[in-house]
Design a protein around this ligand. Structure first.
Ligand SMILES: *[C@@H]1O[C@H](CO)[C@@H](O)[C@H](O)[C@H]1NC(C)=O
Ligand SMILES: *[C@@H]1O[C@H](CO)[C@@H](O)[C@H](O)[C@H]1NC(C)=O
Ligand SMILES: *[C@@H]1O[C@H](CO)[C@@H](O)[C@H](O)[C@H]1NC(C)=O
Ligand SMILES: *[C@@H]1O[C@H](CO)[C@@H](O)[C@H](O)[C@H]1NC(C)=O
Ligand SMILES: *[C@@H]1O[C@H](CO)[C@@H](O)[C@H](O)[C@H]1NC(C)=O
Ligand SMILES: *[C@@H]1O[C@H](CO)[C@@H](O)[C@H](O)[C@H]1NC(C)=O
Length: 275
């Protein structure tokens, strides 16, 4: 009797909870159906914005990154760098450049550890490039650099970094240093580090040259990606009702093309109303 009373008095609450649950399930399904592109799950607590892809079933396969122990990683030709921030609104992210190599006495040397991969070398066939927001300081350079268009003068910003930071001080006794703003046509895919050029670098995003070195941001290298095309599909089941799975022009892949009265929104990763 007591039991029955308990049940009857609690049943409105149970019904309400069930309704809420049903609503949540329906909303989730609607959300999945409304987007033809599959955004990758968070990497630890870090969101993985479309089109970046941490696995075969999400993002766009041309925009591969890796998720390891909650950290997003970006692969270059022969190296891997942690992604420290993402700005999907303008298709950019910032990677953490290599550190100076530690010698046997546990002191840093004026050589960056990615000298083994000749610095940051992007695969020019992929949709990533180095943006012109990066100021690159090169250290430990050979006199060959004096004939380059880089600023290797005595007042070049690289000297300010050597003089004004503990990090840069390890390059104090090294050879020539030079500074340049990245993103010229020849270097938008690489920050080259090698024995016959410069052996170390530091990169800073949107550096305000008027600031003293102790006010500079932490090192970072900003990468931009081409805004993504429509998502790849095997058949119509992979696309939502706003799009049609059809053969893409160049590479034999099928993609979910937006139906008429819709257009592809690369930021949302879905078809949006309007032409
Ligand atoms: C390493 O650093 C320590 C303290 O900064 C210094 O005393 C020592 O001479 C350095 N060793 C080398 C090989 O530079
Ligand atoms: C990158 O790796 C490939 C294969 O291991 C090697 O042939 C090539 O020389 C490397 N390139 C650089 C710049 O390290
Ligand atoms: C560069 O990317 C293209 C396109 O994904 C790929 O086919 C090629 O193997 C990559 N090159 C290297 C050296 O990894
Ligand atoms: C090199 O950089 C310094 C510091 O920014 C600047 O004052 C100087 O005019 C530059 N020199 C050349 C040749 O660009
Ligand atoms: C760096 O320090 C050296 C030695 O103290 C000085 O000659 C030079 O003018 C300084 N350069 C800059 C850019 O601050
Ligand atoms: C990098 O790629 C973007 C997107 O394709 C392009 O708009 C930009 O001009 C490129 N920047 C450089 C420095 O090549």
């Amino acid at each position: 009797m007591k039991m029955a009373k308990f049940q009857s008095s609690s049943s409105p609450l149970v019904v309400l909870l069930l309704l809420l649950l049903l609503k949540a399930v329906l909303l989730t399904n609607v959300a999945i159906l409304a987007s033809s592109a599959t955004v990758c799950p968070n990497c630890g607590t870090t969101p993985v914005p479309y089109p970046l892809s941490t696995g075969p079933n999400c993002g766009d396969p041309n925009y591969k990154v890796r998720c390891e122990s909650g950290t997003l990683l970006f692969h270059t030709l022969n190296n891997t760098y942690p992604i420290i921030s993402t700005q999907p609104q303008n298709q950019r992210f910032v990677i953490k450049p290599a550190n100076f190599i530690n010698n046997n006495n546990n002191n840093n040397t004026c050589v960056t550890s990615d000298i083994t991969s000749e610095g940051v070398q992007l695969n020019a066939s992929l949709p990533f490039n180095v943006t012109s927001s990066n100021t690159i300081l090169y250290f430990n350079c050979t006199p060959l650099l004096l004939r380059s268009p880089l600023n290797c003068t005595a007042t070049s910003l690289c000297h300010s970094y050597i003089n004004g930071s503990v990090d840069g001080s390890v390059c104090g006794n090294s050879n020539i240093c030079c500074t340049f703003r990245a993103g010229g046509s020849t270097n938008s895919y690489s920050i080259r580090v090698r024995d016959s050029g410069c052996r170390a670098y530091r990169s800073f995003v949107n550096l305000d040259y008027s600031l003293p070195v102790n006010k500079w941001p932490p090192p970072g290298l900003e990468i931009q990606y081409v805004s993504p095309p429509e998502p790849v599909c095997a058949n119509q089941n992979d696309c939502d009702s706003d799009s049609t799975c059809a053969l893409a022009e160049n590479n034999g892949l099928r993609r979910c093309f937006c139906n008429t009265k819709f257009h592809w929104d690369p930021f949302l990763g879905s078809c949006a109303p309007g032409n």
